[in-house]
Design a protein around this ligand. Structure first.
Ligand SMILES: [Zn+2]
Length: 154
């Protein structure tokens, strides 16, 4: 039987209302009933295939006799909390990078080596709005977060 492995809300951010809305233009199809769904539950089969279903139908792919809304709700909340935490992390790295950013790549690199006790390893230099910030290349999570926050590799 299948295993509940994921949840996604197909949505878009409205800049005017400053909140997210369901994006029915990109809705997917529930494999059980064929309806369009934006609250998508992912179920992994024993064969390793990922199937998708809506809230009302997921239990059928999971082999449950009846829906267990609370189990789905728990997963949804966890996914949302993880996403919020991740967004906060991206914003926090962005604030740090902005605070320590410099007017040119060489100064940014020197500044990074200073902040890291003379670190001599590889640096990744990033740019956003004509400001430069460098991080040790090994800090892959930080680099990924900065790229997500709109910084670009120089
Ligand atoms: Zn369905």
């Amino acid at each position: 039987m299948g295993k509940l492995t994921g949840y996604r809300w197909i949505s878009y951010f409205d800049d005017v209302e400053e909140k997210r809305f369901s994006d029915w233009d990109r809705a997917e199809t529930c494999l059980v009933c064929g309806r369009s769904i934006v609250h998508v539950y992912e179920i992994e089969t024993a064969a390793g295939e990922t199937l998708i279903a809506g809230k009302e139908c997921a239990h059928k792919l999971l082999g449950w006799a009846r829906p267990k809304p609370r189990v789905l709700e728990t997963l949804r909340r966890k996914v949302e909390a993880d996403a919020r935490r991740h967004a906060e992390e991206v914003a926090s790295w962005d604030r740090t990078a902005t605070k320590f950013s410099q007017g040119d790549p060489a100064t940014a690199a020197a500044c990074c080596r200073d902040r890291n006790n003379g670190f001599a390893g590889d640096l990744t230099v990033l740019e956003k709005a004509d400001r430069f910030y460098a991080v040790p290349t090994d800090c892959t999570a930080q680099v990924a977060a900065l790229l997500e926050g709109g910084w670009e590799r120089v």
